[in-house]
Design a protein around this ligand. Structure first.
Ligand SMILES: Cc1ncc(COP(=O)(O)O)c(C=O)c1O
Ligand SMILES: [Zn+2]
Length: 432
């Protein structure tokens, strides 16, 4: 098995730069370092670059005194110290909700939902985009761009509008109509591409080389962008009363979110902000796009790309950039990566809605579906306190739960006349 590169947080009395307390980039594969700036691949081995820090001695109190958004953790991110005062969408500080009814249904002792619908464009992507935008502005980029599976498109277009810079968003043409409309409304440039997300991503890489002042948040600014997902981990720990959960289930597309939640937990331990308690990280994929789950099951370190075919379009990345690092994290923490069918995804969306009043998107259905699968298989411990991520909003993936016109459950179909008689006739014909 490939050895995981040790990553340390050093703390010192360093003074912040325009990237806060970030001091350098380093290669996740060979450890070579590079200056902070507009690079994302190692010059030695082409491995992905990651942000390194000399973190200040932050305290719980100093964080708690910060704003109710991701900038309460600004000193742990590669952003300028005054970031909270700049025009941005102020994502984060979403609720961590105890989901007892769902827990009872599943036979779990203690279950929490991190509800990322509460972000400005209703998914966790607002976090990563806010950090990428801050770094891109520092580096002098003029355009905020991305290839997207949908939610990122919404977040980039909104953040660029708020910052009054141009956005260019590339999407697979077959995305959900709700995600397309919720991007176009912000007025940036939206380009549908005839191809899969992986095709769109390749085009974005070529464009990133060609257009010098375009910051593709998840391509050439990726080291900064990915750091934004750490804030999910920080918030969960803080909202639990400054401690770590025993188990966490996270959706996996590129895998960045999962890897960064683990990074956040490790930083909090190293900074002495939480106790060093054992936690296990689990990854969730849809069966129609499960390259990381397949590699996990096979005991492989490399991830074989697949061609996605699933209703969970937001997770439909067949060649995930952080796949090998997801495998590292779940193996180190004693977790797993698993997948569920599209039917299970829809079932899980309905279960979450009916037990907790939370309408999650298809990625949420994947996450809860996998949680349930892992419990059934005896992989998750029902007695251990568990958190799962509801990473996006069901209103953006309505077709997943919509019934065909004419079905009695579909709004508008089979309307009755506005009379008591008609209501009673309807009631008796719909009696269970
Ligand atoms: C709703 C939702 N959840 C989870 C993910 C997975 O994110 P990552 O690419 O960091 O694995 C995505 C990615 O697009 C998403 O849109
Ligand atoms: Zn390298």
């Amino acid at each position: 098995m490939r050895e995981e590169r040790p990553r340390t947080v050093t703390t010192s009395a360093s003074t912040p730069s325009r990237f806060g307390f970030a001091t350098h980039l380093f290669c996740r594969e060979c450890g070579a370092t590079a200056a902070l700036g507009a690079s994302h691949a190692c010059v030695e081995c082409f491995g992905p670059l990651e942000v390194g820090y000399e973190l200040p001695q932050v305290t719980r109190a100093s964080i708690e005194a910060g704003p109710a958004n991701i900038w309460r953790y600004a000193s742990l991110l590669p952003v300028p110290q005054g970031i909270a005062a700049t025009p941005n969408t102020e994502p984060g500080w979403t609720r961590l909700a105890r989901t007892d009814q769902l827990a009872r249904e599943l036979g779990l002792r203690a279950l929490w939902l991190k509800d990322e619908r509460g972000n400005p464009t209703h998914s966790f992507k607002d976090r990563v985009v806010a950090v990428a935008l801050a770094a891109a502005v520092e580096m002098g980029y003029k355009v905020l761009a991305c290839p997207s599976t949908g939610n990122l498109a919404n977040a980039v277009a909104a953040a660029a509008a708020r910052a009054q810079i141009r956005s260019v968003v590339l999407i697979p043409a077959d995305l959900e109509p709700q995600k397309i409309a919720a991007t176009a409304v912000y007025g940036g440039t939206l380009v549908p591409v005839d191809g899969t997300y992986d095709d769109v991503n390749r085009l974005a890489s070529e464009l990133a080389d060609d257009r010098e002042d375009w910051a593709f948040v998840n391509v050439n600014v990726r080291p900064y962008y990915a750091e934004g997902s750490k804030t999910i981990g920080y918030e969960i720990a803080e909202q639990l009363g400054w401690r770590l959960p025993e188990q966490i289930v996270v959706p996996v597309a590129s895998g960045a979110q999962l890897v960064k939640i683990d990074k956040a937990f490790r930083e909090l331990i190293e900074l002495g902000l939480v106790a060093d308690t054992k936690y296990r990280v689990f990854g969730a994929q849809a069966a129609g796009c499960a390259p990381v789950a397949a590699a996990f099951r096979a005991g492989h370190d490399v991830v074989q790309p697949v061609k996605p075919d699933t209703i969970a379009k937001s997770l439909a990345i067949g060649n995930p950039a952080d796949g090998p690092y997801v495998l590292d994290v779940v193996r180190r923490t004693g977790g797993a990566v698993a997948d569920v069918s599209d039917d299970d995804v829809v079932h899980a969306i309905r279960l979450l809605a009916a037990t907790e009043g939370v309408f999650g998107e298809t990625a949420s259905g994947v996450t809860l579906g996998v949680l349930r699968r892992l419990l059934d298989d005896g992989v998750l411990d029902p007695a251990a306190e568990t958190v799962f991520i509801n990473s996006g909003d069901g209103l953006k993936t309505l077709d997943a739960v919509g019934a065909p016109a004419g079905d009695r459950g579909w709004p508008g179909a089979g309307a009755i006349r506005p009379t008591l008689e008609a209501f009673e006739a309807w009631e008796s014909s719909h009696a269970a």
